[in-house]
Design a protein around this ligand. Structure first.
Ligand code: B12
Length: 214
């Protein structure tokens, strides 16, 4: 992003009406959806995080920024989903137990849909039991776990262990992601893969489905 844009400012200020209207206007003018996401919206959320860290912003400002981000995403999501061509596999996705952050998870879900996957989104604060139940009832190839808090990362491990205990671990590939998560952590807890962002998540999911079906 060369300079702060209207969309960036709207998210930073938590103005959901302006965020939605600006996103709509730019999409109508032909700006690529992912350019809005990576060039303006994610940088705005990063700045919100920085302001929170240095105590210029508090939880209410985070909530307003998140609402503005979601309002803009409402316009972008259908366009990402429309990009898909062939059905690529079945995915169950959610944010792990105790964690309410769902913006990144929503983006990953939208990109996977756009990549032709059938996606079941369980939302946030998802218990291991709900992942296991959904993976079984949807006959999922992949389970995607998101966590944004260092204190909820262990819930990823607990979820993977629960799959193992339920005898369901071998039926799915488990991918993890979220800002504090690392490839090393994925290896440590026995996940099948780690994705840094929504685009790499799609490439990774495609590779994993090939492995599942091999
Ligand atoms: C918005 C926000 C909130 C909102 C969330 C609203 C919502 N509906 O999501 C609210 C206000 C609820 C919130 C609450 C809290 N938050 Co908060 N929040 C944020 C903030 C500013 C932005 C997160 C975000 O949406 N980023 C944008 C998205 C697009 O990025 P992303 O989530 O990282 O996702 C991308 C990748 O990580 C990846 N990815 C994500 N998931 C997955 C999954 C898979 C499978 C794959 C492959 C990839 C992948 O792809 C995504 C797209 O590219 C961050 C700061 C930051 N910059 O991250 C703090 C932050 C995460 N929050 C923080 C904290 C401390 C809290 C609270 C504890 C605050 C409090 N005192 O109450 C609570 C916890 C509530 C709870 N139980 O969850 C800290 C966490 C610190 C830590 N290390 O644990 C952060 C880092 C802020 C900070 N700098 O201190 N928060």
């Amino acid at each position: 992003m060369s300079e702060p844009s209207e969309l960036y400012e709207a998210i930073l200020k938590g103005d959901h009406r302006s965020a939605a209207a600006t996103a709509r206007k730019w999409l109508d003018e032909g700006v690529a959806p992912m350019q809005l996401v990576t060039g303006h919206m994610i940088p705005a959320m990063d700045e919100v995080g920085r302001l929170f860290e240095c105590e210029d912003y508090f939880v209410p400002e985070l909530l307003l920024a998140a609402r503005a981000m979601k309002a803009a995403l409402e316009h972008i999501r259908p366009l990402l989903a429309a990009g898909g061509i062939e059905p690529a596999g079945r995915v169950v996705i959610g944010t792990v137990k105790g964690d309410l952050h769902d913006i990144g998870k929503n983006l990953v879900a939208a990109m996977l849909e756009g990549g032709g996957f059938e996606v079941t989104d369980l939302g946030a604060d998802v218990s291991p039991e709900r992942y296991i139940e959904a993976a079984s009832s949807k006959n999922a190839d992949l389970v995607c776990l998101s966590a944004l808090l260092t204190v909820t990362m262990p819930a990823m491990k607990t979820t993977i262990e629960a799959f193992r205990r339920a005898g369901a671990r071998d039926r799915v590939k488990i991918l993890i992601g979220g800002a504090p998560v690392t490839p090393q952590y994925a290896q440590e807890i026995g996940a099948d893969g780690y994705g840094e962002n929504a685009s790499t998540a799609v490439a990774l999911a495609r590779r994993m489905v090939k492995v599942v079906h091999a």
